[in-house]
Design a protein around this ligand. Sequence first.
Ligand SMILES: Cc1cc2nc3c(=O)[nH]c(=O)nc-3n(C[C@H](O)[C@H](O)[C@H](O)COP(=O)(O)O)c2cc1C
Length: 357
Amino acid sequence: MSILFEPVRLGELELANRIVMAPMTRSRADARAVPTDEMVEYYRQRASAGLIVAEGTAPSANGLGYCRTPAIYSEEQIDAWGQVTRAVHEAGGRIVLQLMHVGRAASRHNKPADALTVAPSAVRARTQLFSDAAGLVDTDAPQALALADVALVIEEYRRAALNAREAGFDGVELHCTSGYLPMQFMASGSNLRDDRYGGSTENRVRFPAEVLAAMATAIGAGRVGFRMCPGNAYNDISDADPVATAAALCAAVEPLGLAYLHIMRSPLAELDAFALAHQHCSAGLILNDGFDGASAAAALDAGQGEAVSFARHFIANPDLVERLRHGLPLSGFDRKTLYTPGPRGYSDYPNGTQAMA
Ligand SMILES: Cc1cc2nc3c(=O)[nH]c(=O)nc-3n(C[C@H](O)[C@H](O)[C@H](O)COP(=O)(O)O)c2cc1C
């Protein structure tokens, strides 16, 4: 049997197999950032994954910024997420929630009218994003977080981790890449602060390290993971030394004993992110980016990590685990419906046996 189908333990998380569903923003929440019935069905269909990492979810209204993305700060949001986790657990799966505060990668069109766009420094991301109200728009100019307000954002994350547990999630994953708030703090191009959260590499990783510590204290380190992609320039990120930054975050959180590091390949050819993670992090590794069944099994056989995550293959293959187990063909997905509302191109992809019937 392939190593992919062997169980594995990551902190307190017991995975029935080593095939993880990577987080994917699919813009199916409602206008109040509440998960919808389609989302319950979509995640239920994918519960055979050893672990689902549910899509990037805002810890607070200020953390929203994309179209129809979910959050987990209101009772209504917690209750609706509870339906998702119940469906996944009843189907025998495990599910953690990715906490994603977009910081400056935001448009006011995609968040409540009184919500703010905040960042470590008042440096706008030179990028655009989609809004239902105004189409493609520039990101907002952010306001720099005052020192006292950094503590409030850390508290928002801590509260969100508790809310996630209340909603039945098995744990949480901190999104520390793709140019969102933690990476805005980590990268030298977007963090121009001269207080304890800016300047040296150790200071720039302090924010995500304190968020992770707060979440670990709240729900237990064995239920907290984090995601990194060293050298990722998405959302106008630049960092003078991505290797040093990633290594510093690993070192800062090492004493916490977190459940896992979800490590993505670096877009920089010379940077081996998996080797870097191995060198600096003793938590279990979930490897990501561009894997198929054969390459995933080879990476685990070679001892590169404990599990592999798949994103795009899960879009049109809800039963990806069964398809990989039996060598069934994988279906391709429709790009046009990636972020459109409703079940089409989302929760209506058939299982392999149905697809062949
Ligand atoms: C539609 C879509 C939405 C995504 N949304 C997120 C997200 O919310 N959070 C995140 O960390 N990564 C997100 N990603 C990145 C994926 O988790 C994954 O890292 C990437 O697709 C590479 O893995 P793959 O080759 O298995 O698809 C998204 C990717 C896609 C295709």
